[in-house]
Design a binder for this molecule. Structure first.
Ligand SMILES: *[C@@H]1O[C@H](CO)[C@@H](O)[C@H](O)[C@H]1NC(C)=O
Ligand SMILES: *[C@@H]1O[C@H](CO)[C@@H](O)[C@H](O)[C@H]1NC(C)=O
Ligand SMILES: *[C@@H]1O[C@H](CO)[C@@H](O)[C@H](O)[C@H]1NC(C)=O
Ligand SMILES: *[C@@H]1O[C@H](CO)[C@@H](O)[C@H](O)[C@H]1NC(C)=O
Length: 252
């Protein structure tokens, strides 16, 4: 009885299992069969979405990169004139024996005036001829116990020669209403001829450089000295400058 029972029990159990399996399998199998391709297609879509997103990010990156390059090129083109940058010849380049001159004052603040004059000498249009001319002018000035009193000089070929530089100014000998400022000389005698286009273009660059390096106050003015030192031919070149004051810096 016992084994029979057990057999019976087992068969019953088996039939029960079979029944259970019969009942449960279709329920288990169909969802599995359904879920599997669904999971695959979901994963595929997910991968597609991720890949597309990455592609979009990559393409956007490339586009932004190209855009920035174009912008940069454009802004470089928009920046102030690069066709004729300031060609500055420092004092030590043309006058190696230069010593610090004690009579000169330093101006740590921004200057509000530039006086333009001519040197009343020959013109020069190369570093070599200008160096020769400047040394001669200096030795002439030293002979008279004076010194070249210019802050910068501009040659016919558009070079800028440093003399006293930006930070030193000769105190004005006469009391004037105009503020002390830079003395900018044009090398040549412009009583009868006009300064060269390159000289004037260089002057523009010089003003811009002086302002951007904060040696000149943004509201600076440009003055003539007097008819002798600033002949009409030279003054005429600055008439169009918005900073031109139309006044003499040495007027009483
Ligand atoms: C400049 O030239 C004029 C004549 O062209 C002359 O009278 C004048 O003395 C010269 N200026 C200087 C400072 O040599
Ligand atoms: C340079 O200046 C000298 C005189 O100072 C003149 O004879 C010569 O023609 C000038 N050269 C140029 C290229 O302007
Ligand atoms: C320097 O002085 C001499 C003699 O007075 C004169 O002939 C010469 O032109 C002067 N040179 C300059 C650059 O002023
Ligand atoms: C130049 O200065 C020296 C002393 O520094 C003096 O002996 C000489 O007389 C002065 N020359 C002139 C022309 O002022």
């Amino acid at each position: 009885m016992q084994p029979l029972y057990s057999v019976e029990h087992e068969t019953r159990h088996n039939t029960n299992r079979a029944e259970e399996e019969n009942v449960e399998r279709p329920e288990e199998h169909t969802p599995l069969l359904h879920r599997f391709p669904q999971a695959v297609s979901e994963r595929r879509t997910l991968t597609m979405v991720i890949v597309s997103l990455l592609l979009i990010v990559l393409i956007a990156g490339v586009i932004i990169g190209i855009y920035l390059l174009v912008i940069q090129n454009d802004s470089e083109n928009v920046l102030p004139p690069i066709e004729n940058p300031l060609q500055l010849v420092s004092r030590s380049q043309w006058d190696p024996s230069n010593e610090d001159q004690s009579a000169l004052r330093s101006f740590p603040y921004r200057l509000r005036a530039v006086t333009v004059v001519h040197t009343g000498t020959d013109q020069c249009n190369s570093t070599e001829t200008c160096t020769k001319l400047l040394l001669e002018m200096q030795s002439n000035a030293t002979a008279a116990n004076s010194t070249l009193r210019y802050n910068f000089l501009i040659s016919s070929n558009g070079q800028t020669y440093e003399d006293l530089g930006w930070l030193k100014c000769i105190p004005q000998s006469t009391k004037t209403t105009t503020p002390t400022g830079l003395l900018l000389a044009f090398i040549g005698n412009f009583s009868e001829t006009s300064p060269t286009t390159r000289q004037i273009q260089t002057a523009k660059n010089f003003f811009a450089a002086s302002e951007s390096q904060q040696y000149l106050h943004p509201s600076y003015r440009i003055y003539a000295k007097n008819m002798k030192d600033t002949p009409p031919n030279l003054a005429k070149s600055f008439k169009d400058f918005q900073q031109w004051s139309n006044e003499f810096s040495d007027k009483k």
